[in-house]
Design a binder for this molecule. Structure first.
Ligand SMILES: Cc1cc2nc3c(=O)[nH]c(=O)nc-3n(C[C@H](O)[C@H](O)[C@H](O)COP(=O)(O)OP(=O)(O)OC[C@H]3O[C@@H](n4cnc5c(N)ncnc54)[C@H](O)[C@@H]3O)c2cc1C
Length: 393
């Protein structure tokens, strides 16, 4: 059994590549169904791209690496594909595009395109090992409990990252890449809730507010959700990709508010109130109560100096918190880091020193922000690879 191209992983990137690379193609995946992460993504509606996608929305050891693929297959190219398939979509917020009906429509579109291209798909087939003899790759697979070897001229690593092992994530792409001498950067969970061992927010779990969260050199204005174990919500998930263990994060509560002006006004309007009580006018009551207890805001406004008010305003504008950890790969939407881009061609995704070996999608050290960017990277990197393979004939 010799294939022109053997694609490992029938996720977003693998299916997209199989649908467009031409030749005799086999896609293998150990899951029962293809595109499982697409199916569950975006609450079942798949946030398949972002209208504003650009290289600045991606984190990588080499921020220039993603530019070529993103420019040659853009969000609008994917939207055109979705339109052609008759899939209706809408913008939810911040340029995030979702299916009107179901994420399953995207999976079906990709499966239909693969079928039209004549690509074979073997499900419930686990990849065990990849080696190379002469011009051909030997891929050891376990299919329905039986071990077998398939040969191919080219192998495309598209098995994704380590996030959500329960859904079949294995990180095997890293091992295979390393086996061929490629470097793999440190990997860690990203787009993930942050946790605090003391569970300081357990009592206000479920409370959400608008926030600005900064970690490392990332800053995001979106909702923050207080949870039993710590913090979540889009602003926190985004910031988690810039956070490293031991570091603190900085949070502005309701960044639209001019806290000093609001506190001064409260002192004029309701001088007998305590600071904490005044805050409850502008924050969810439970959160105001927690801040009251944590920061000692029992002073009566009438007796509060401007200096004290500006101290409180500064805390509200720059609350420093040090998470003890994250929820980890169990719930992380993506894996940060991966196959070092220095070893890959940004034009074709082929390993520079291993002709015929390609890596696409999440297994590569390119990680998108929350909001459809990770799927866009899967589509764009897959198309760069597919076009290069198709051009070889
Ligand atoms: C809950 C959740 C929601 C998400 N929502 C969004 C969203 O709305 N928008 C967005 O842009 N991104 C979203 N993401 C991220 C997005 O799903 C991934 O970035 C994207 O799926 C990566 O595509 P991929 O093809 O590289 O990997 P995957 O889609 O993960 O595909 C990899 C495939 O390889 C298979 N595989 C792994 N190991 C083996 C092995 N040893 N043998 C055989 N097969 C193997 C897996 O079964 C899987 O099918 C979400 C992620 C999660 C977890």
């Amino acid at each position: 059994m010799t294939y022109d191209t053997l694609i490992l992983g029938a996720g977003a990137a693998g299916m997209m590549c199989a649908a467009h690379c031409g030749g005799r193609v086999l896609v293998v995946d150990h899951a029962k169904a293809a595109g499982e992460k697409i199916r569950i993504s975006g609450g079942g509606r798949c946030n398949f791209t972002n209208m504003f996608a650009e290289p600045a929305n991606f984190i990588s050891g080499n921020p220039h690496f993603c530019k070529s693929a993103l420019a040659r297959f853009t969000q609008w190219d994917f939207v055109a594909m979705v339109d052609k398939a008759g899939i209706k979509w809408h913008e939810k917020t911040l340029g995030q595009l979702f299916c009107d009906n179901s994420a399953k429509d995207i999976v079906k579109m990709l499966l239909d395109l693969m079928a039209q291209a004549g690509a074979e798909l073997w499900l419930e087939t686990a990849v065990e090992e990849v080696s190379r003899e002469g011009d051909l790759f030997q891929v050891r697979l376990v299919r329905s409990g039986r071990s077998m070897t398939v040969e191919a001229k080219r192998v495309v690593l598209a098995t994704g990252g380590k996030s959500i092992p329960k859904m079949g994530a294995t990180g095997i792409a890293y091992q295979i890449a390393q086996g061929f001498g490629l470097k793999v950067t440190d990997t860690r969970p990203a787009l993930v809730p942050l946790t605090f061992s003391s569970q300081p927010f357990a009592g206000i779990s479920g409370t959400a507010i608008p926030g600005r969260v900064r970690a490392g050199n990332g800053s995001f204005d979106e909702a923050v959700l207080f949870t039993h174990r710590g913090l979540s919500g889009p602003a926190i998930l985004q910031a988690s990709s810039y956070w490293t263990e031991g570091d603190s994060i900085h949070m502005t509560l309701c960044p639209e508010n001019d806290w000093m002006a609001l506190l001064r006004q409260a002192r004029t309007d309701t001088p007998r109130r305590q600071i904490g009580t005044a805050l409850a006018e502008h924050l969810p009551k439970k959160l105001a109560q927690l801040l009251d207890e944590t920061w000692g805001l029992q002073d009566q406004l009438a007796n509060t100096t401007d200096k004290r008010l500006s101290e409180v305003a500064a805390l509200l504008a720059d609350w420093e918190l040090t998470p003890t950890g994250s929820e980890g790969y169990r719930t992380a939407e993506v894996t940060l880091g991966g196959i070092d881009t220095n070893g890959l061609s940004s034009k074709t995704m082929e390993a520079k020193d291993v002709p015929g070996l390609y890596a696409i999608g999440e297994c590569v050290d390119v990680t998108g922000w929350l909001g459809g960017f990770n799927f866009q990277w899967a589509w764009s990197s897959a198309m760069a690879c597919a076009k290069a393979i198709a051009a070889e004939g």
